[in-house]
Design a protein around this ligand. Structure first.
Ligand code: ZN
Length: 51
C-alpha cells in the first residue's frame, strides 16, 4: 500500500482502490485501515462549526 502524508494534519495515510466514497473517489485511510477522519481538514472544521 502506498503511503501519503495528509495535506491537512501531516499524518501518514494511504488509499485503497477498493474503498471509495459514494461519488467514487478514493478516501484517505489511516495506516491501520480505518477511515482517516481528518480533524484538520476544512470540511471537518466547517462541519464542527455548524453544530
Ligand atoms: Zn488528516
Amino acid at each position: 500500500m502506498k503511503k501519503f502524508i495528509c495535506y491537512y494534519c501531516h499524518r501518514s495515510i494511504s488509499f485503497d482502490k477498493k474503498i471509495r466514497s459514494k461519488n467514487d473517489k478514493a478516501i484517505p485511510l489511516n495506516l491501520d485501515g480505518t477511515k482517516h477522519d481528518c480533524p484538520s481538514s476544512p470540511y471537518n472544521k466547517k462541519a464542527a462549526a455548524t453544530l
